[in-house]
Design a protein around this ligand. Sequence first.
Ligand code: ADP
Ligand code: MG
Length: 343
Amino acid sequence: MDITRTELASLGEFGLINHINSRFSLQNPESIKGIGDDAAVIAQDATHYTLLSTDMLVEGVHFDLSYTPLPHLGFKAVAVNVSDIAAMYGIPKQIVIGLAVSNRFSVEAIDAFYEGVKAACDTFKVDLIGGDTTSSRSGLVISISVVGVTEHDKVVYRNTAKPTDIVCVTGDLGAAYLGLQVLEREKQVYMQDPSMQPELTGREYILQRQLRPSARMDIIHELREMSVVPTAMIDVSDGVASDILHICKQSNVGVALFEDKIPIDATAYDTALELKLDPITCALNGGEDYELLFTIQQSDYEKIKNHADISLIGYIQEAAKGNELVTKSGNRIALQAQGWVHF
Ligand code: ADP
Ligand code: MG
């Protein structure tokens, strides 16, 4: 009898995915790309690929209903899926929604959740085409899968970055993490003294980044109009440090990121200092930004350089040079991923 027991914590989330992946190989020629990117890629016709991705949100792990409005949760659940299609340079088309819900919920609560789903469907022009509903004895579980489409020559993977490519990121980083820290702090205060009113004014931006993030389909449409096809791309779900390292590892390259180029919103910056956190660490490792992190060829630099919502934060280098963060004082230190620990 085999009595070996390996703790999930010993593998971590990415180790577990690699472990699962190592036991499977693709059998169908229509399966173009399996495990390992933001979405799977499936043959569709002579010119197009179908993209497929799934993401799950679990109450108590990914969201806390004591401070999460249900319409925001519905919007976010769709947006995080759409973000994975964006990260392939794809256009989202359809979603299906699996819900496990307890009798704690009323019809009105479900309606509120679907109000947010509908807002996201309208924003991203996706159709809700099905799903599954079941009861839950613990919390709310939301599982959404999204189908998208892209042209054969316009699918962008994580494993195709090349030395000298420029590293770009959209929007700003770390605000969603700091929004969460503020919500958690105010929850603790309220639980100790329910007469206390939460101090959230002035922090609307970072709270919205946590509670109702969007997906950067606007950027995908703009890049398509400018005929800029990134050389590699991922969406920032775990933190830019962790996510650039996915690109580097899979592309077999190294990277240099410049600390002073990392985009941080002013409210996020001030909130970090107030909470005695390092703003740069929050921006690099916070996660849940749902911005796009991509690499472009130097020849596309002119098209991108003046874009108000795209920051050029570093460059790809040979793997032998490693993964580096160039600090404000010019020191080169190892870029490390803290990311999220799930187990
Ligand atoms: P993302 O953050 O972009 O959603 P993940 O880190 O969740 O990506 O997943 C990375 C890759 O691993 C994806 O290709 C995903 O489909 C695959 N994956 C994740 N969990 C599993 C699982 N339990 N079984 C098979 N594949 C998985
Ligand atoms: Mg992703």
